[in-house]
Design a protein around this ligand. Sequence first.
Ligand SMILES: Nc1ncnc2c1ncn2[C@@H]1O[C@H](COP(=O)(O)OP(=O)(O)OP(=O)(O)O)[C@@H](O)[C@H]1O
Ligand SMILES: [Mg+2]
Length: 371
Amino acid sequence: MAGSVHREPDVEESESLRSDANIAGPMTDPVPGPRTESPGEDVSASMPTAFGPEGRSETPPPMDDTTPADGAPQAGAQAAVRSGGGLPRPEQTRVIVVANQKGGVGKTTTTVNLAASLALHGSRVLVIDLDPQGNASTALGIDHHAEVPSVYDVLVDSKPLADIVQPVQDVEGLFCAPATIDLAGAEIELVSLVARESRLQRAIQAYEQPLDYILIDCPPSLGLLTVNALVAGAEVLIPIQCEYYALEGLGQLLRNVDLVRGHLNPRLHVSTILLTMYDGRTRLASQVADEVRSHFGSEVLRTSIPRSVRISEAPSYGQTVLTYDPSSSGSLSYLEAAREIALRGVGVRYDGRHAHALPGNNQHSMQEGNR
Ligand SMILES: Nc1ncnc2c1ncn2[C@@H]1O[C@H](COP(=O)(O)OP(=O)(O)OP(=O)(O)O)[C@@H](O)[C@H]1O
Ligand SMILES: [Mg+2]
C-alpha cells in the first residue's frame, strides 16, 4: 500500500467527475449485468460540472427491480456461474477480514455474497460471523439464537471451531461459524483472558477441515473482536459505500492494520477495496469511486457493487442474493468481484479485456475450480 492512503481524503473537494456511463462489460461473461469501471473512459466532458439540487444526474436508474427467478436457487446460481467459467483455487487457505468500522457500508452483505460466489465457483468457504448482531448468520439462514454454540464459545471458552461450524443450505461448499448475542459481552470478557488478541487465530489454526477461503465479517468497531480478526487473517477487504463521508475514519482502520502488522501479524495487508451500493444515478457515487481509486489504486476491484433491491431483500429470506435472484445485477456483480479476488490470489489481474500476471508473482499453478 502506498503511504498516501493513510491520509483521510477529502471527497467533497474532488474535481474528477465521471458519469455512471463508466460501465465496461463483464470481464469474461457474455451475460449483461456486473457493473465494472472502465478505467480509460472519462466522460466528464459530457457531464454538467455542478451537482443538481440533489446531486443527481438524469441518467435512468440502474437498479434491478425484476422479479426474482423462479426455480431451484442453487440451479439458477450455478447457471450464472457456468456462464462465467471456472476459477482458480488458492494453494493455501486465504483468510480475508472484511472490515470497516463505519456502520452499514456493506461488510456483511459483501462477506456473505462473496462467500457464496466463491463457493458456487467450486471453492470451500467458511464465513466467520464476528459481529454480535449476527447478520451474516441470518443472511446465510443459520440458526443463531442464544443457545446455539457460537463464535463466543470459541473465543471465550476455547471451544474448537469445528464444534460450531454449520453447513449453509442451498450452497454446497459454504459453511458458517455463527455469532449469537453473547458475543456482545466478549469484548469485555476477552480483556482478562490470556492471548486475548490471538484467540481466533489459534482456533483457525486448529481447524483441520480443508478450506479455500475464510471470510471474517467484523463488527462496526475497532475493538478486540476486530483485532482478533486482523491477527487471524492475512488480507483485509474494506467495503466502501459510495456516499458522503465514505472515507471518514478509514485512516483509523488503516493505522490499526499497520499496528497489528507491526506487533502481531506481519503478513497482514489491505489486499482489496470494494465499492458498494454504487448508485449510477448520482454523480456523487462516481466522484467517490474516483477518489477511492486515486487513493488506493490497484487494491480497488474493477467491479463495484450496484445499489440493488434484490441484494437488500435477500437476507430477510435467509439467503444470499446468489440464490435469491441469481440473474440480478447484484448477484452478477458479486460473482464478478469474486472472480477478480480469486484471480488476484494467483497473481492475475484484468485490465478489462486481458489477464496479466502480476509482477513478481511466482504462483503459476492454477487449480481449476469445479463448477
Ligand atoms: N448493494 C446494495 N444494495 C442495496 N442495499 C444494500 C447493498 N449492500 C448492502 N445493502 C443494505 O445496506 C444495509 C447495510 O448493509 P450491511 O449490513 O451489509 O452493512 P454492514 O457494514 O455489515 O453494517 P454493520 O456495520 O451494521 O455491520 C443492509 O440493510 C443491506 O441490506
Ligand atoms: Mg454487518
